[in-house]
Design a protein around this ligand. Structure first.
Ligand code: ATP
Ligand code: MG
Length: 503
């Protein structure tokens, strides 16, 4: 009884202490720390979740490290599962909150030997928390907290305050142990808006080539995380400056310093990165962001001429193929590859509300698919804003979507009419012949004029009116209707011409 009371008091005290440091752990984590502590083990909240809690950012998940062995952890928490060979036990807390439903409890460890530059060859349990913290990558990730006391042997709290990413120990050694840390350095710098400390930076550049030795999926994973941060553009710039980009997306680097024509103030590289900046600010999907970044990747290879008159004919098709190749190489999923390539390939459509035509919209929907139009428009907008256009005009997107919906309901051929020739003959009780064709053409003109007329009711009514005309009058109506249809087709053609000769 007395003991329970003591623990209560201790827990309260610890929470008060944490309040001072402005760190909050969920009740589930406190319970696990308490239970391990009561059993005589050391236990700490550790790593990324502590870092995030200290920053006041909600952590994705919570990790605990302890002096207890995996067997001892499992004995204390019967509702747990031993997940892998790395000494991690998943403790089910019973919470419905997915962030704390399972808390990973790991025995103190020290990793030794990284022959594939990713996984430690074998793990060894560490004798104390300090040794466990020493194996971790960056100082801000190498702190532990037992609910009362912060353990911070590498001054991570100071680096957190100064906004610095600094390798734990000797940076050169740490990156050659595990090359994924090269990507993680850039990712944390980007996500947190931190700078990479000088010596750590130099070591990243020095060991950049080690990226070739780690699994592409792991690189792709980190790249995706960088692209999903709020300042993704800064991450891509950092990858280039840290000389990592050439091992990840070398084709993107081809645009560096490549000038465009009189319509552009930015180089291809700057423009691609600015398009991503806007896409990230707008919190677009991963696909729209990546396609914004890659949308002009084909320009350096299609550039003709120099200076204000240079051209980039076909860059969208070349770029689409390059995007597919790049993402295939990084082992992105088939869905990711197809979607991003499609967005790059189709980004050059007319989206200016003053110039866009129903015919143009119809062609785009046919080519790109209705389900991709929203993201395609987002890429187009990112492209526009990334060219230095001062501000976004949200109605552009809305207007275009309105047109997309409108053309979906618009028949563009007689086949899409609510009524057909057989029905005309049956309802009007007339024989096959030019009269039937004339009535169909006249009805089609009505529908082209106003798609809402494409209902059986309206068309039956109309055909009965038309049936009162003489053969001569009907053939005159038909001539006019066909003229109108030709005008629609010419409009489509004019737009194709405009695209290839004028733009
Ligand atoms: P996030 O979960 O936001 O991606 P994190 O820092 O929690 O960031 P995790 O991959 O979840 O990253 O790893 C948890 C902790 O394990 C890290 O904070 C760090 O202490 C350690 N860690 C992870 N990966 C490595 C690595 N490659 N080298 C050294 N330590 C690592
Ligand atoms: Mg984590």
């Amino acid at each position: 009884m007395g003991e329970t009371h003591n623990n209560e008091a201790l827990r309260r005290e610890s929470q008060d202490a944490m309040k001072e440091e402005n760190i909050k752990f969920p009740e589930e984590a406190h319970q696990i720390l308490g239970k391990l502590g009561d059993a005589g083990f050391e236990a700490f909240v550790v790593g990324g979740c502590l870092r995030d809690a200290m920053l006041g950012r909600p952590p994705k998940d919570w990790d605990v490290t302890t002096s207890a062995s995996p067997e001892e952890i499992q004995k204390l928490f019967p509702d747990s599962f031993y997940e892998n060979q790395f000494g991690t036990v998943g403790v089910k807390t019973g919470s419905k909150d997915p962030g704390v439903a399972v808390i990973e409890v790991t025995t103190f460890r020290s990793d030794l030997g990284y022959s594939d530059k990713r996984h430690p060859d074998r793990i060894e349990f560490a004798k104390n928390i300090e040794e466990d913290l020493a194996r971790r990558d960056f100082t801000i990730n190498a702190m532990a907290h037992d609910g009362t006391r912060l353990v911070d042997p590498f001054a991570g709290a100071k680096d957190l305050e100064d906004k610095v990413i600094r390798a734990v120990g000797e940076p050169n050694k740490r990156f050659s142990e595990d090359a994924l840390r090269l990507m993680r350095a850039v990712r944390f710098a980007t996500d947190l808006g931190f700078d990479i400390e000088e010596r750590t930076q130099a070591a990243v550049r020095e060991h950049a080539g080690l990226l070739e030795m780690i699994a592409k999926e792991r690189i792709a994973d980190e790249l995706k995380k960088i692209i999903m941060t709020d300042h993704a553009d800064r991450g891509i710039e950092l990858l280039r400056k840290q000389e990592l980009l050439r091992y990840i997306l070398p084709e993107l680097g081809e645009g560096f310093g490549v000038g465009q024509n009189r319509h552009h103030i930015y180089t291809v590289w700057e423009h691609n990165v600015l398009a991503l900046k806007y896409a990230a600010e707008q919190k677009y999907s991963f696909h729209a962001r990546l396609a914004s970044l890659l949308h002009d990747v084909g320009k350096p290879r299609t550039k003709q001429g120099d200076g204000p008159d240079s051209t980039f004919y076909g860059h969208e098709a070349v770029g689409g193929n390059m995007a597919a190749q790049m993402l295939t190489r990084l082992r992105f999923s088939k869905d990711d590859i197809e979607k991003v390539a499609l967005l790059v390939r189709n980004h050059m459509f007319q989206s200016d509300p003053d110039k866009v035509t129903p015919a143009g919209v119809r062609r785009l929907v046919a080519r790109a698919g209705q389900e991709n139009i929203t993201e395609l428009l987002q890429v187009r907008e990112a492209d526009r804003i990334g060219s230095g256009v001062p501000k976004a005009r949200p109605y552009r997107l809305r207007y275009f979507m309105f047109l997309v919906e409108k053309v979906q309901t618009e028949p563009t051929s007689r086949k899409q009419m609510a009524i057909n020739g057989d029905e005309v003959m049956e309802i009007l009780d007339i024989k096959p012949g030019p009269r039937v064709g004339a009535i169909i053409d006249a009805l089609f003109e009505e529908v082209l004029d106003d798609p809402s007329r494409n209902t059986k009711e309206y068309l039956i009514n109309k055909m009965q009116e038309l049936n009162k005309f003489s053969d001569e009058e009907l053939s005159e109506l038909r001539r006019k209707a066909q003229e109108k249809y030709r005008a629609v087709l010419e409009e489509e053609e004019a737009e194709i011409k405009a695209k290839y000769y004028v733009r």
